[in-house]
Design a protein around this ligand. Structure first.
Ligand code: PCA
Length: 203
């Protein structure tokens, strides 16, 4: 089973496209969950889901406003450094995510294979070496940390998507975007690549 997560909206963004993506893609072997943009709640939700369901793979999705392409994150760092408060109005600065955890975790999903497959479908996708220091990096780190602590074989990683054009049309300034159907296609491709990895280590 693949655990696919997205996020609710936060701050002044009108909608989070990852919410719709997760709703549309959770069927068959994909279990979808929408996470709150909250440090105190999102971390325990992701930890409990992984402990309870022991998924074969975890793919976390988030919106990167202002980015023009799909970004597959390579690394999650053990740091929270917030400029915008989360949805509980909490704004941690210079805090470790886990005082006992390593400085960073590398994504264990096949990042380059995913990017190549998405690009082959004519969709712009790039490797990213920073998921930021907000909720997305936090959830990526907490997912990898939980898998590590439990000693699971699961692969885990994070993909940032741009605004969908549908949501960008509601933003009051010009922002880069891709259509919702393009975003959906990219994530479907990423899930296909992840499925192949899972089946190769299970056989
Ligand atoms: N993007 C934010 C948090 C929620 C989301 O979708 C981030 O990049 O941290």
């Amino acid at each position: 089973m693949i655990l696919l997560t997205g996020f609710k909206r936060w701050s002044d963004i009108p909608e989070n496209p990852t919410e719709q993506l997760v709703r549309e893609l959770c069927e068959g072997d994909v279990m979808g969950r929408i996470l709150p943009v909250s440090f105190s709640r999102a971390g325990s939700i992701i930890k409990n889901l992984i402990e309870k369901y022991e998924p074969d793979a975890i793919l976390n999705l988030g919106l990167a406003p202002g980015r023009a392409a799909i970004r597959v994150e390579r690394i999650a760092i053990n740091l929270i450094d917030t400029i915008i408060p989360d949805n509980d109005d909490v704004k941690p600065v210079d805090e470790l995510i886990d005082a006992d955890g390593p400085l960073a975790y590398m994504a264990t999903i096949p990042t380059k294979r995913i990017i190549n497959a998405i690009r082959s479908a004519g969709i712009p996708a790039f490797l990213s070496y920073s998921a930021g220091t907000y909720l997305c990096n936090y959830v990526m780190y907490r997912s990898l940390r939980t898998v590590d602590k439990l000693g699971l074989e699961a692969v885990s990683g994070f993909i940032h998507v741009p605004y969908s054009s549908e949501i960008a049309s509601k933003v009051k300034k010009p922002v880069p975007s891709l259509s919702m159907s393009t975003l959906r296609k990219a994530i479907v491709i990423a899930l296909e690549v992840i499925r192949k990895v899972i089946s190769s280590y299970q056989s």
